[in-house]
Design a protein around this ligand. Sequence first.
Ligand code: ADP
Length: 686
Amino acid sequence: MFTKILIANRGEIACRVIKTANRMGIRTVAVYSDADKNSLHVKLADEAIHIGAAPSSESYLVADRIIQAALKTGAQAIHPGYGFLSENAGFARGCAEHGLVFIGPPATSIESMGSKSAAKTIMERAGVPLVPGYHGDDQNPALIKNAADTMGYPVLLKAVAGGGGKGMRQIWSADEFDQGLAEAKRESMASFGNDDMLVEKYLTQPRHIEFQVFCDGQGNGVYLFERDCSVQRRHQKVIEEAPAPNMSETLRSEMGLAAVKAAQAIDYQGAGTVEFLLDVDGSFYFMEMNTRLQVEHPVTEMITGEDLVEWQFRVAFGQPLPKQQNELTINGHSFETRVYAEDPNNDFLPTTGQLKTLRTPTLTEYVRIDTGVEEGDEVSPFYDPMIAKLITWDNTREAALARTAKALREYQIDGVVTNLEFLYDLATSNAFRSADLDTGFIEKHHDELFRKQHIDQARVLSQAALFLTLRQAELTSEQHANNSAYDLSFASDPWRSNDGWRLNQRNELRYNIKLMSHTSDSTKTLDHHALTLIVKDNDYVIHVDGENGPIKITAQAELMDQELTTILDGHRSRVTVSENTETFTVFGEHGSQRFAIVAPDLGDEQTDQAQTGFAAPMNGTVIDVLVKTHDKVKEGQALIIMEAMKMQHTMTAPSDGHVSELYCETGDLVDGGTSLLEFEPSVVQR
Ligand code: ADP
């Protein structure tokens, strides 16, 4: 076996690979950019080599520097992880030229799958079923349109060189075709420097089912069953599971064999994934093959009991596959939820910031977490904003899903906006529990997924007020103990000036608390609430807004470190609190609630500019300005396209109107909140 390998990646996947290497006694070399000096993957590896600046184009994508790092440290092989150089045939070749083993497929296999149309041609020859469509070299638009007309609408245009959902357009009727083709070509040229298109039948309710395959250099090939990844946003996976619900044994082996056939058609070696669309009538079609380890490989590991990274090492070292098909079985059910720094209430846009609080659920044989970050780390704008993968297992789908929901409730992250609440709502939704899966899942079940969880407002507000009271008492007694100036966490604490405050004395405290919504947009705070707390020894009487008007609650409370225990009208419960500069978050049975306190009578300082001013929703690049000053625009018309962390966000006109000012141009790097454009709505005459 190898004695030393280099991992040409970062984050959770680098940590994941290191874990198996450690278990097998293989030494590891990490590589890191300026932004990752103190990252977990660097700490976990035996050695680490600095390879450049933070942007990946200056570090993780510079093949030559990575190869030099391997040579310098005496690593015998390079594991590319996923993303970055993992599907770069040139890099795989470069490794070989320097006598290094690329832990992945041969460069020729990567090349075969690099073009969607060439891949289809190979699969067609190998007898793997394809979505009906046209994927020829002749790019005459009339010919492509004719193919679409013949198979009937809707159709899907795809960039031959595409990936990540770019250059893809649904066309619902013949009269939309020409414009759709032009748009898809433009997007494809901008993203891939190539605007060749293929067209295929658009399936309206398909499931995304992918098969894990493995091949060795001795001609063996197996499939390690399937994963259902139908729940997607922006064509990216949100929650994955194995096995796929309602999959018959017959269909499983039919699709599994087709997947192995697909891999063998390109002389594959190592771990690969063959993606299929499964139509409602049970027909399945080859979509593409990913020539690397997938993000979602852990669910396969959980149900097969195999370590796929170990398999990769063995195959790359020239050993045969550890198991044959008849030795592989499915045991139980597994889910993976991807915990992202992103804002589901703001179109799933990535968020950045420091992970001020990061507490994970307890790890057991049922709960696994793959991550590359620790409390205090930054989620930077340079890389994918994934914080962790939460993986659960149990004997049945229902039990595994219950574990996912419980673990999501135990996850406590503060400092950046995350999708944790959304994942919880998803995992506990009736639609997901009943496995009503297809790739339109999120849109179809939007109302259920974005339902506002019912929270007992009076209870959470009381907990917030009790926390503030006890925290203040703690600070006061610390001050007495130290007899020196101390740091106040809450600069705007309205009763900081409350000099006459004493413990063990009747006192009336007033708070004005804002319950914030879970969104990165700080203007989107929810309601203000005025609370009164009457303190008598260790008992409190709280007057607070309830759902149906003001109510009175009797309470006792205790704060130990960050754990707050309250008894509210005889109902005892425990929550955890984390503090930020201007806000604090209470993590409880109903998830997390974020609060801010404001000095009384300040009123709402924010005026709502959302109607007329357009601010950048994130740090990023303006990649297209589609309007000019004074342009008249229609409601819904695209105005500006921004990109950050591989995601595009289009800002559209909220109504008919015109552009009164334009403050940005294509190529500008802007901070979140920067004004980009002023918009004036037309006056509607009735
Ligand atoms: P990319 O390489 O850009 O990610 P894919 O070909 O892998 O594009 O497709 C991404 C997603 O788009 C799929 O997971 C599926 O949800 C959807 N999709 C792709 N092809 C079709 C089709 N013919 N009909 C319906 N949906 C499709």
